[in-house]
Design a protein around this ligand. Structure first.
Ligand SMILES: *Cc1c(COP(=O)(O)O)cnc(C)c1O
Length: 386
């Protein structure tokens, strides 16, 4: 039995090597490494793909979040309601602009913001909501946008894991609404994408994108990414050095062309897993819902010591990851400031992400599931709490 990593980027690199090489050569020979023509071209192509007015290339997904908050005027004294269950960059961006992250718990099936709890957390200081489309699945944007409109709140979408994912009201048991079928990132006042190499659309290094339909927000974002200047050497505010590399833009242009097919393949891989896992009662498998692009295929292990299962899988050559072992509200950076949200805490103990990439074969998936079946048969279920 061969060993299977959680992610293998090499098939994609090999499949399109000639195009990557041509893109690389074009940029290097042009000498325009900063804000070259490929940056503008990628911004235009990404905006068209997503169906949004403006796309502003930046240095990382984290910077896209920070710049989105700054461009929208979120700062000290403001509260931003977000999910406890995400990568720290989500809360970090809120803290970095001087605002206060207010953590609410997740819906146990989608691992995304529970809108009832969002409503309950609104105070006079609440300025914005920051939903995360975790694992490649849209949060309940219809309900969140309705809530935001009722309370006059801004919405910044963390789309780091959801390039190409769409929101569908039917996934939440409702009839089509005004946002139905829209790409994540295009419903709120701004959306932030990450092109970290492992993301669905991944660069060959750090890169990110801010999207918005608001002309003024786009202008602010363009200014903030370039040291707070609209005109060179006429800096108006404290900004960042956070431009999208021309080389990364050129690589991303190649990859964007293949993304729809890759997301379609990811959904096929996910559906195959969900079928294969149906016979394992202690495994909660994700549903393959419309618009979900499976950045991760994440199961929950019910009644087992997840870390022991992960170790045993590793011993059998199967790579897995835990996204995320510590909820944001329980991180040392916020020590003692928050009451930990219970569903997020439980998810952080039970989730396990299995290997996934677009061309992962059915044969390797069978190996993953048979190893998991074997491990669960070997390990004793945990004692039920007294
Ligand atoms: C990856 C990720 C980020 C940060 O993106 P970077 O490009 O690494 O800065 C933010 N939020 C979530 C949910 C992520 O998964």
């Amino acid at each position: 039995m061969s060993s299977i990593p959680i992610l293998d980027l090499s098939p994609e690199v090999e499949a399109h090597w000639a195009e990557f090489q041509a893109a690389f050569e074009r940029v290097v020979r042009s000498g325009q490494f900063i804000m070259g023509p490929d940056v503008m071209a990628f911004e235009a192509e990404a905006a068209e793909f997503l169906g949004v007015r403006h796309a502003v290339g930046v240095n990382s997904g984290t910077d896209a979040l920070v710049i989105a908050l700054r461009a929208l005027g979120v700062g000290p004294g403001d509260e931003v309601i977000t999910t406890a269950f995400s990568f720290f960059a989500t809360a970090e961006s809120i803290s970095l602009v001087g605002a206060k992250p207010v953590f609410v718990d997740i819906d146990p099936d989608t691992y995304n913001l529970d809108v009832q709890q969002v409503r309950a957390a609104i105070t006079p200081q609440t300025k914005a909501l920051m939903p995360v489309h975790l694992y490649g699945q849209s949060a309940d944007m219809g309900a969140l946008m309705t809530c935001a409109q009722e309370h006059g709140l801004l919405v910044v979408e963390d789309c780091a894991q959801s390039f190409g994912a769409q929101y569908h009201a039917a996934n939440f048991g409702r009839a089509a609404d005004a946002w139905d079928g829209q790409q994540t990132g295009t419903m709120g006042h701004a959306g932030a994408y990450s092109f970290f190499p492992s993301k669905n659309l991944g660069a060959f290094g750090d890169a990110g994108l801010l999207v918005t339909n608001d002309d003024a927000v786009a202008e602010q974002a363009r200014m903030l990414r370039a040291h707070g200047s609209r005109r060179k050497y006429h800096n108006e505010t404290l900004g960042f050095n956070s431009r999208l590399d021309t080389l990364q833009a050129a690589i991303l242009r190649v990859k964007l062309g293949y993304l729809p097919e890759q997301n379609r393949l990811r959904r096929e891989v996910a559906a195959r897993y969900t079928g294969l896992l149906a016979g394992l009662p202690s495994v909660k498998a994700p549903a393959v819902t419309p618009g979900h692009v499976f950045h991760q295929y994440t199961i929950e292990l019910i009644g087992f010591d997840r870390d022991a299962v992960q170790r045993e899988l590793a011993a059998r050559g199967i790579g897995t990851m835990v996204y995320y072992p510590v909820p944001q509200d329980a991180l040392p950076v916020y020590s003692g400031q928050y009451t930990v949200q219970p569903r997020s805490a439980q998810a952080s103990q039970q989730v396990l992400s299995l290997p996934i990439w677009p061309t992962l074969s059915a044969e390797l998936q069978h190996q993953v599931v048979s190893a998991l079946t074997d491990v669960l048969g070997t390990l004793a279920p945990e004692q039920a709490p007294a």
